[in-house]
Ligand binder design. Sequence first.
Ligand code: HSE
Length: 429
Amino acid sequence: MSKPVKVALLGCGVVGSQVARLLQEQADDLAARVGAPLELAGVAVRKMSRKREVDLDPALLTTDAHALVTRPDVDIVVEVIGGIEPARALILAAMAGGKSIVSANKALLAEDGATLHAANKADLYFEAAVAGAIPLIRPLRESMAGDRVHRVLGIVNGTTNYILDKMDSTGASFTDALEEAQSLGYAEADPTADIEGFDAAAKAAILAGIAFHSRVTASDVHREGITGVSASDVASAKAMGYVIKLLAICARSDDGRSIGVRVHPAMIPRTHPLAGVREAYNAVFVEAESAGRLMFYGAGAGGAPTASAVLGDIVAVARNRIAGTRGPSESVYADLSVHPMGETVTRYHVSLDVADKPGVLATVAEMFSRHDVSIQTVRQEGRGDDAQLVLVTHRASDAALSTTVEGLRELDIVRAVASVMRVEGDETP
Ligand code: HSE
């Protein structure tokens, strides 16, 4: 057996405490898998006195994270503190000393992954940054390295999936479902990062970069959250055999020259595999040229599930160090540009509050036709002053749909555009 591989842990919160626990409890198995013991060299924390979910030798704790990551005997630095700084500075300092890095930091990787990749001298692994326990980075980066990915379509935020699932199964309003998610600990007191789609957008940027060998940052991602999804949108989707999910979608354009990266609520058919992803679970659907359709499903958050992904990375980078090698690094040879949302082509569900009288449907249809948006189905709900027209389009560009909706808003016969939602996962032309 080789000499111990020393691991410095930055952060001992929900995930860090589980990483430390597993390193200690599974020490023998991990040593056998790596070919050397994995030894916890130190744990950097903000406060020494805080109660933690793991029994740690107090001598391991330090508040001087910089000193820990630059210690000559440390081989691997595990960063689970999150946020941009001081995480970035600590990782860069560790890289300068030739350490291998394991990070769960989606915000940093999505905002400034390029700086980290450029400074990396050993390994930079980050399986836990996207969808917790679910293996995605390594399957995309390694298992699918021989294939051509066309699209990645996923539910990568558990909080919003829980809220939308509650709205769908109980008819609850967004506000009530959010309150329940907060009371159960799924949603944070300030739920902005989840419900406004920031968390999912960071994950989408990371997935798109790897799937399409291109550089994508969080600011490239078109982002819409779920705060505008109403109980009546959910009911309308249900009536048509659809369910509303917050999706992260990374896809090649039809001509293959650019990619679209977006996060927004969308209707998907109840028969689609992603429709069965309930509560706070995550799932990612990958469509590739030769492999066809693959789905990855599991717990996208939580201490132990996320620690499982972190531990897998620690084992991988420890093996590489012992073998004197490195794992795969950033691959941005394609460097496809991210096209504006207006160029995204998909289908739309549009609900209009209208007066139920002759000529209304014809006027509405003419507006769609004027902007070259083809209607697939039309349904009327209600009568008289309470009538609603529900239209589903064929594939059209987001720009054409937006212009159509602006035109509809100006028509006297349209009292209100009640909702506009994209329809995904149903590949009718
Ligand atoms: N808040 C995230 C979620 C987990 O609800 O899925 C961390 O990315």
